[in-house]
Design a protein around this ligand. Structure first.
Ligand SMILES: Nc1ncnc2[nH]cnc12
Ligand SMILES: [Zn+2]
Length: 348
């Protein structure tokens, strides 16, 4: 069944903030470790007897002034050091789900970084059990559905990625797919060609960060070598018109994270962000928060600030972005159809 497109000409611009807040949306690019707020970092540090390098929540928050991806990753991995027990992963994910619910997120696909934890002696089992229990609780108590995507850290070796996959196999039914994150420059997708080939054989869904700090070539190789279904970020695709044509023709979803891009200096300011031109070029763009505790806001904050900064974005684009997020998700078709109807209802 198809859903009728709303008549956008009848929607006054004043309604835009309310529409952005209330429209049903999915979040497809969210690192659960990046939702760890400074207050929770301190709470968990105390609960687990972990010593932090900062004396207070305020001092930690003050350190969130990043110059590039690596400067963020250093502090992000340090923040994750307070996560030791299943309960910690559960509490972290539930805090995210409550925020997501408030932003009318109907479905979220959560990245998690097992290597960040197994390297510190925290077992894969502890991580996956805590997160899974949160996903089940979020569905039951908040009505938010979710899926987990296991990410490989690309600054580590192919061998380490294979070992992680081996660790994960007993928990195969707990995650829907795999992703690739961490420092992009110098760690091209090809480095993980064999790991992704194995994941494909296992029937896992495939995504990868590409074209955040890395060149357009990394996006080509994520598509052609890793055979991913979605590109995380992908904003540097504009440097290659042939690539833009391909992404549009194949409707490859891009999970774009506007506030993240500004915080990590991919764009100087939000009004210089290329999200509106990517949409205008016919690409399947979605809006996401990436690491909301570090980048200044959750998904609705990303929508509100981006629409405030880019005058080309109006009700039509808000609807398209929400629809793209539903279409691009790995959720069951019946759920997607119900969310499309709900979305049309908000805009009618
Ligand atoms: N924006 C990002 N890029 C790459 N790796 C990440 N890990 C967490 N956030 C990330
Ligand atoms: Zn990311």
């Amino acid at each position: 069944m198809t859903t009728a497109t709303p008549d956008f000409s009848k929607i006054p611009r004043e309604r835009l903030p309310e529409l952005l807040r209330t429209m049903p949306k999915t979040e497809l690019h969210l690192h659960i470790e990046g939702s760890l707020e400074p207050e929770l970092i301190f709470q968990l540090a105390q609960r687990n007897g972990v010593k932090l390098a900062y004396p207070s929540v305020e001092a930690l928050r003050k350190a969130y002034a990043f110059t590039d991806l690596q400067s963020f990753l250093d502090i992000y991995y340090a923040g994750a050091s307070v996560l030791l027990k299943e309960e910690d992963f559960f509490d972290m994910a539930m805090a995210y789900f409550r925020r997501a619910k408030a932003d009318n997120v109907v479905h979220a696909e959560l990245f998690f970084d097992p290597q960040t934890h197994t390297e510190r002696g925290v077992s894969f089992e502890t991580v996956v059990k805590g997160l899974t229990r949160a996903c089940e609780t979020a569905k039951r108590e908040l009505g938010v559905s979710s899926l987990l995507i296991m990410c490989f850290l690309r600054h580590l070796s192919e061998e380490a990625a294979f070992a992680t996959l081996e660790d994960a196999l007993p928990w195969r039914s707990h995650f829907v797919g795999v992703g690739l994150d961490s420092g992009e420059r110098g760690n091209p997708p090809e480095k993980f060609a064999r790991v992704y080939a194995k994941c494909r054989e296992l029937g896992l869904r495939l995504v990868a960060h590409a074209g955040e700090e890395g060149p357009a070539e990394y996006i080509w190789n994520a598509l052609d070598v890793l055979k991913v279904e979605r590109i995380d970020h992908g904003v540097r695709c504009v440097e290659d018109p042939k690539l833009v044509q391909r992404l549009a023709a194949e409707q490859v979803p891009l999970t774009v994270c506007p506030l993240s891009n500004v915080k990590l200096c991919v764009f100087k300011t939000l009004d210089q962000h290329n999200l509106a031109s990517l949409l205008d070029a016919g690409l399947c763009v979605t809006v996401n928060s990436d690491d909301p505790a570090y980048f200044g806001g959750y998904i609705n904050q990303n929508f509100l600030e981006t629409f405030d900064s880019l005058p080309a974005l109006g009700a039509r684009e808000a609807y398209q972005l929400a629809l793209n997020s539903i279409d691009a998700s790995f959720a069951p078709a019946v759920d997607k159809q119900a969310w499309r109807q709900q979305l049309a209802g908000v805009f009618s």
